[in-house]
Design a protein around this ligand. Structure first.
Ligand code: LR7
Ligand code: MN
Length: 579
């Protein structure tokens, strides 16, 4: 039977009223090619009309336009690494320039066929799994800026060769105004021979976020699937992603990301038997990180291959129903170049009623590199993050602003339209996200009583933390560099150590030792445990009610003592809240 929901009824949560839905659908997260309401950002137009002047200057000679054919025993087949080294001076020169342009071993990559095989190491249950038909068709959107010839084409071929053709509507390559010669006419000519592959070009470099929006405006498939330009899709990668969307249009699924080593292009399959890492984020600088799913949650699934909820996604590889993408406001087109859009989209999906899921049966390799060849500009990343924080994080944005004073100076531009979007979609607040989506994340106080170093008045020296559970034996010279001397005194009365805020200053009735231990609660606004509760008296005295003693610092060290009106029991806290 036809299990697909009616295309006009996307099964959005019932709290999304019809009027709001229409309002949201009318809302333009981006230009779609024939209107120009995205101009208020002051940036270049994004439509593809002929009045868009191409600004690029082609600069580089094109290396390696003829990668070798796939044959058994060729370098890299079966996902193996390339173990040959550049030998001659010319090869060495090629290696060097490839590394400079791409921050990966482009020379090795060029030795590997663009059709190379991979070992199918998926779980037996994944291999045996049958998918309901019909699944929706996907438009695969691959954005690139100055990508290497071999990696870009291997990405494309891995899609063409490992996706059932009835599931692939098209492949759209979006060129973000690359300057490398091989990405101009040679790419057009190469692609003209491939079925269902098109190149769309930005007339100016606008960054990956707007490049993706450009791709979306050309997409005709029911589902959008995004890829970075240096990926390899494994057998059966797309079906489980499409299946989840077919079952529920508000699920945004993403695959297990296998590592393609930047050094030798070995494909390292990431098994999912014992542990599973999903997407996380830290609230200190809004960086994506990997988060190991607690065993309990893993076991709650019926099957080891069932999808699992993920608080965030890495951002480069995922599928989403096109209408849901548009309903959710696409991407924030005020974001530039690189960074932040993945976290923004993750918060938005969850807060507005959707779900992000990691799908263990779907595997895509990605070349992870250590540095960025085009120097992803930090100021743009900060700007993007600030836009995100302003719209989605409510008072929790203070955590980032407090820790990164430079955010204050960054002009995030106008975010009014994104706030309108949030209201139209009736999205949850950020606290809801923290409480319901992200178990185990330590959440700092949004407005601590004080933060920074804690300096003893008597000795002039500072409280300095050592690793968890260890005794704080002495005081150290104040270095003013945060690090081991950064503390936050929360409104609930904890003295939390470090930017992560996982450790709390504690002492017990049975002992005068002072230690740092995992905070009893992950939320800084919850009531602390008695051992971890402190009261700040007269803005300087750290009184511990459970033991009825005060924190004291002397040349001999740090200890608890009966409270006295003396300098060794006075502490100078930084950034003390005035009142
Ligand atoms: O100006 C640019 N224009 C572009 O089109 C800069 C980049 N790009 C393209 C680039 O060619 C590449 O295809 O954008 C893509 C991503 O850039 P990368 O590969 O240099 O960066 P990355 O792999 O570190 O990017 C990760 O974080 C980004 C934050 O903005 C994006 O979300 C990327 O999609 C994301 N990549 C992945 O999630 C793959 C897995 C990495 C992990 C974990
Ligand atoms: Mn990448």
């Amino acid at each position: 039977g036809d299990f697909l929901p009616d295309k006009d009824d996307l099964g959005f949560e019932s709290n999304h009223g019809q009027n709001d839905r229409i309002a949201a659908l009318r809302y333009r997260g981006h230009d779609d090619g024939d209107d120009d309401d995205g101009k208020e950002t002051g940036e270049e137009e994004q439509n593809d009309e002929s009045d868009e002047k191409d600004t690029r200057e082609v600069i580089d000679p094109s290396p390696h336009l003829n990668p070798p054919p796939a044959e058994p025993g060729a370098p890299g087949e079966g996902g193996k690494g390339v173990d040959i080294q550049p030998g001659t001076p010319e090869e060495k020169a090629q290696y060097d320039i490839g590394l400079k342009h791409h921050s990966f071993n482009e020379w090795a990559s060029s030795k590997i066929s663009v059709h190379r095989s991979l070992l199918d190491l998926r779980h037996e249950l994944c291999k045996a799994k049958k998918y309901y038909r019909p699944l929706p068709q996907a438009s695969v959107i691959i954005i690139f800026y100055n990508e290497a010839w071999s990696t870009l084409l291997r990405t494309v071929h891995s899609v063409l060769e490992r996706t059932p053709s009835e599931l692939l509507r098209e492949v759209i390559l979006v060129d973000d105004c690359s300057t490398f010669d091989h990405l101009q006419t040679p790419l057009d000519e190469y692609v003209s021979k491939l079925p269902e592959v098109r190149v769309v070009r930005s007339p100016a470099r606008q960054g990956l976020i707007r490049a993706r929006l450009r791709g979306v405006s050309h997409a005709r498939g029911e589902v959008l699937t995004f890829l970075d330009s240096h990926c390899e899709c494994m057998e059966g990668w797309l079906e489980p992603l499409l299946e989840r969307i077919a079952q529920n249009h508000t699920v945004v699924p993403w695959p297990v990301l296998d590592m393609i080593q930047h050094t030798d292009f070995a494909y390292l399959f990431h098994g999912v038997k014992g542990v599973l890492s999903v997407g996380g984020v830290d609230l200190e600088d809004l960086r994506f990180n990997w988060y190991t799913v607690p065993q309990k949650e893993l076991r709650e699934r019926k099957s080891i291959i069932d999808p699992i909820r993920s608080p965030t996604m890495a951002g480069g590889v995922f599928s989403i129903h096109k209408k849901y993408f548009e309903y959710l406001g696409g991407y924030d087109d005020g974001m530039e170049i690189w960074g932040g859009e993945n976290i923004e989209m993750s918060f938005r999906i969850w807060q507005c009623g959707g779900t992000i899921e990691l799908v263990p049966c779907s595997h895509v390799g990605h070349v992870f590199r250590v540095t960025s060849p085009y120097g992803a500009p930090v100021d743009k990343w900060v700007k993007n993050n600030k836009r995100m924080a302003e719209v989605w994080m409510d008072e929790y944005r203070n955590v980032i602003y407090r820790r990164h004073p430079n955010y204050k100076e960054v002009d995030a531009g106008d975010v009014t339209r994104r706030k309108v979007l949030r209201r139209a979609l009736h999205c949850h607040d950020f606290r809801w996200y923290l409480q319901n989506v992200y178990p185990n994340l330590y959440v700092p106080d949004v407005r601590p009583v004080a933060y920074g170093q804690i300096q003893n008045k008597g000795t002039g020296r500072c409280l300095d933390a050592v690793s968890a559970g260890k005794k704080l034996s002495g005081l150290f010279d104040c270095h003013g560099q945060r690090g081991n001397q950064y503390w936050e005194f929360t409104r609930a009365g904890e003295v939390r150590f470090g930017l992560e805020g996982k450790l709390c200053l504690q002492t017990a009735a049975s002992s005068t030792d002072i230690i740092t231990k995992r905070c009893a609660h992950r939320f800084a606004f919850d009531q602390p445990s008695k051992q971890q509760r402190w009261v700040l008296r007269n803005t300087t005295v750290l009184y511990h009610p459970l033991t009825d003693q005060c924190l004291e610092g002397t040349a001999a060290g740090l200890h608890m003592a009966p409270c006295e009106d003396v300098d060794r029991q006075r502490w100078l806290l930084q950034n003390l809240e005035s009142t």
